[in-house]
Ligand binder design. Structure first.
Ligand SMILES: Nc1ncnc2c1ncn2[C@@H]1O[C@H](COP(=O)(O)OP(=O)(O)OP(=O)(O)O)[C@@H](O)[C@H]1O
Length: 240
């Protein structure tokens, strides 16, 4: 359902994403891994329309989406979370979710939209908190709210960018179950994540990037045992 072909992004002289290609089938959950700075977030930004590609193509269900603005891509059923939480602080939690429902693939208004928003808040563990405001939330609950905003649109493709970073072990288990339930609802998921427990639990397949290039794509256990992948991670760590 997602087809990325020869995707390339230059920032000045830096090739952040270099001729990357991969496919995701409907309902697949795929990990996008790689050391810091390897281009993972840039790939997510290119798919969601937050950044414009330098070259290459992105298709969802056969339709070209590269070159479209982010709101049109969202209308096609692509939702995402950001590595740094982006919420509207002056709005209530419910209003934050309502905003994404209004701009999602099947826009809802009024009581239907409120029901959809409250159901999404409930699903991520923020049930009954719809009238609270973003500054009242701790970091983890802000991340929950980000996910509520994404899943309330009932996306066909969900892009999760390090959504689980900073969770404690109990929260991580809940988060993994939550993402599994989104998957079980039929959503295709591309997951950028450094927490290997989550990757192993959720992603039967992984793609690995290094310095903008796709260096591996296959079953998770095989990819993680690939000497080139191990070397990419150790090489990255050695430079920290
Ligand atoms: N807006 C930008 N302008 C210039 N350079 C950028 C921009 N965004 C990313 N880069 C550069 O592109 C490269 C890839 O960055 P990207 O954030 O995609 O990596 P990443 O794999 O997501 O890393 P991390 O795991 O640390 O989030 C890095 O060298 C980064 O500095």
């Amino acid at each position: 359902m997602l087809e990325v072909r020869n995707l390339t992004k230059r920032f000045g002289g830096l090739l952040a994403v270099n001729n990357v290609s991969f496919h995701l089938k409907t309902g697949e959950v795929v990990g996008l891994l790689g050391p810091n700075g390897s281009g993972k977030s840039t790939v997510m930004n290119l798919i969601s329309g937050a950044l414009m590609r330098s070259a290459g193509e992105v298709r969802v269900d056969g339709q070209r989406i590269d070159g479209e603005p982010a709101h049109r891509i969202a209308r096609r059923g692509v939702a995402r979370t950001f590595q740094l939480v982006r919420l509207a602080p002056s709005l209530s939690l419910r209003e934050n979710v309502l905003l994404s429902v209004a701009f999602g693939p099947e826009p809802l208004w009024g009581a239907d939209a409120v029901r959809r928003a409250d159901a999404a808040l409930d699903r991520v563990g923020l049930g009954g908190m719809g009238d609270r405001r973003v500054p009242d939330l701790n970091y983890i609950d802000q991340k929950r709210l980000e996910l509520a905003r994404a899943i309330a649109t009932r996306p066909r493709l969900l892009l999760l960018d390090e959504w689980m970073a900073g969770l404690n072990p109990t929260e991580l288990k809940t988060a993994i179950d939550l993402i599994a339930s989104v998957r079980d609802g039929g959503t295709t998921i591309l997951l950028v994540e450094h927490i290997m427990e989550a990757v192993r639990a959720l992603c039967p397949r992984c793609i690995v990037m290094q310095a903008g290039v796709r260096i591996a794509d296959g079953p998770t256990a095989e990819v993680l045992a690939d000497p080139q992948v191990i070397d990419a991670y150790l090489g990255g760590a050695a430079h920290v």
